[in-house]
Design a protein around this ligand. Structure first.
Ligand SMILES: NC(=O)c1ccc[n+]([C@@H]2O[C@H](COP(=O)([O-])OP(=O)(O)OC[C@H]3O[C@@H](n4cnc5c(N)ncnc54)[C@H](OP(=O)(O)O)[C@@H]3O)[C@@H](O)[C@H]2O)c1
Length: 293
């Protein structure tokens, strides 16, 4: 088994498989990340998947998770194109699970969205994701290798919360101006990855989200409350705009509510954290004086 792009989610996935006795190789870009993986007991190598030769990598016939994000520029995913070209030299993996994003749907005006909705990406990062999906789909059809795509919502979990932004006191759009947004807890995403590898229908796409959308503002306020931090100020969107990063503004321009019915029904996944109220407490260590057993 291979895990390409073995960062926050990949490490959790690797620990799951190593605990189950699986043999795996994790791949990351930088030597420092490779060293951190090795120190954590995860067999790893460092290679830039977008630019370096990959001919020596022995993933032919194996199960492979592709979790590496596209490079930050352009409308195409040069990394996935380079990877697919390499498969022709190395031999093809048996099955590839690709971690895409729900950004490929673009702005849906707050509609409920399932996997039958045609992608309509607008932001360049979402165009690159759709490019990756299309390149992988063409490769799968040509090679006969199995492809399963997860379209993943905002990931949260221990060590993966917007605490720094909240500490900086940056304002938020007021609730009535805030778009619908969607999330998944890291532990549930790892379970979704495993289910996609074991049970996913070849060629299928699955939304990976908790199915309990809330506004972006609600998310930040819940995180602030759970962390015991002051709540950010809420402003009308036109006033908040000048104080928000272009990245945050592009997220605020898209609103959708994602269905996870296919994930739950076809892959039989039972979410451990079906909403933020269930998931956020797991992101914080229990305070010594909390009285909890
Ligand atoms: N954050 C979210 O809310 C969210 C939502 C939906 C989907 N996703 C996507 O889900 C995937 C997994 O997320 P994550 O949080 O686990 O990501 P992450 O912690 O940022 O890890 C990304 C991993 O990819 C590696 N990588 C990046 N560029 C590479 C390259 N050119 N060649 C080889 N490896 C490369 C990184 O290596 P180095 O550490 O050495 O750079 C790192 O190991 C990512 O594609 C992410 O974009 C994220």
């Amino acid at each position: 088994m291979w895990i390409l792009g073995c960062g926050y989610i990949g490490q959790r996935l690797a620990r799951h498989y190593l605990a189950a006795g699986e043999t795996l190789t994790a791949l990351t870009r930088t030597p420092s990340s490779r060293q951190a993986l090795s120190a954590a007991g995860i067999p790893a190598l460092a290679r830039d998947l977008a630019t370096e030769p990959l001919k020596d990598l022995a993933w032919a016939g194996e199960s492979l998770f592709h979790l590496a994000p596209p490079p930050p520029e352009g409308n195409q995913d040069a990394l996935t194109r380079h990877l697919v070209a390499a498969f022709r030299d190395t031999g093809h993996p048996r099955r590839l699970v690709y971690m895409s994003t729900t950004g490929v749907y673009g702005d849906c005006g707050g509609d409920w969205v399932d996997e039958s909705r045609p992608p309509a990406p607008v932001a360049p990062r979402a165009l690159r994701r759709l490019d990756a999906e299309e390149v992988l789909r063409a490769w799968s059809q040509e090679s006969g290798a199995e492809l399963v795509i997860l379209r993943v919502a905002g990931i949260y979990g221990p060590g993966r919360l917007p605490l720094e932004r909240i500490r900086q006191g940056l304002p938020l759009a007021r609730e009535e101006d805030s778009p619908w947004s969607n999330r998944i807890h890291a532990d549930d995403l790892v379970a979704a990855c495993v289910a996609a590898m074991d049970l996913g229908t070849p060629g299928a796409v699955y939304n990976a989200c908790d199915g309990y959308p809330t506004t972006m503002t609600d998310y930040f306020l819940r995180v602030a409350d759970a962390a015991g931090l002051p709540r950010p100020a809420l402003l009308p969107l036109n006033e908040a705009a000048g104080k928000l990063s272009p990245g945050m503004m592009s997220y605020l321009a898209e609103s959708r509510r994602l269905s996870n019915r296919r994930l739950l029904e076809e892959l039989g996944l039972r979410l451990r954290y079906p909403n933020l109220a269930a998931g956020l407490p797991s992101c914080f260590p229990i305070a010594p004086d909390s009285g909890d057993p």
